[in-house]
Design a protein around this ligand. Sequence first.
Ligand SMILES: Cc1cc2nc3c(=O)[nH]c(=O)nc-3n(C[C@H](O)[C@H](O)[C@H](O)COP(=O)(O)OP(=O)(O)OC[C@H]3O[C@@H](n4cnc5c(N)ncnc54)[C@H](O)[C@@H]3O)c2cc1C
Length: 214
Amino acid sequence: MQDLHGPGVSIATTEYTHDLGGEGIGGGVIANEVVKMPALFRVWAAPPGAPRWGYDAKQWMRDAYLRTAHLMGPIQEIPNPQARVTLAADVRDALGHRVARLSGAQHPESVRAAHALRRRAEQWMHASGARQVWSPPVQTGLSAGQHQAGTARMGTGPGDSVTDPYGRVHGHAGLWISDASLHVTNGGVNPVLTILALAYRGIGELAASGVGGR
Ligand SMILES: Cc1cc2nc3c(=O)[nH]c(=O)nc-3n(C[C@H](O)[C@H](O)[C@H](O)COP(=O)(O)OP(=O)(O)OC[C@H]3O[C@@H](n4cnc5c(N)ncnc54)[C@H](O)[C@@H]3O)c2cc1C
């Protein structure tokens, strides 16, 4: 596939979603990334040392833009009790609500798994004949950009979870949650199908329990 031309995400392997050969817990899918616009390509996908301005930068874009593939791998993050979402004490949004504040960091095992998955992605690139392979540093901070998860995690008791395995809030009859906030981890894939599967499961339980149907 080519940036600008597409066809977009179409090459993937799930070979490592549950097996990193002892190099990490869990794992993740590896897939090629969506088509990027030129400006995003420039800031996000350029290798270290690529010319940043002037004629050389234009020549580099002409050569590289249609010949670069970007692989991504969302790993199964290991839950970390030190990673928290709380309300900011002094920052409010336009409506006057206190905004979310993220603190803590990735579990060290998540960082180890990310390195292991990156090594496999690099092997894939080399095997396919890439003439240059590069990748940004593995991030250790929390991410809130696309795949938010947690804050109302499901579990079996109120000591360490907000809801039961169906999304029923502990201690509040008739109050249910159905979204990615239930996730203890997103798993080693993008989260939407898991969100849908859990929604079906929760709705099935809700219907069976008779709550809300009368
Ligand atoms: C650019 C982008 C690309 C993505 N691509 C993929 C992908 O390819 N595959 C994949 O699986 N996932 C993808 N995701 C992730 C996916 O979209 C999210 O994981 C998913 O939408 C989360 O679902 P949710 O129901 O938990 O939350 P949301 O979909 O965010 O729903 C929350 C809802 O609550 C509403 N809301 C918020 N505050 C209030 C309030 N105070 N009162 C009333 N309503 C409120 C919001 O308007 C919103 O409708 C992508 C996300 C982004 C941003």
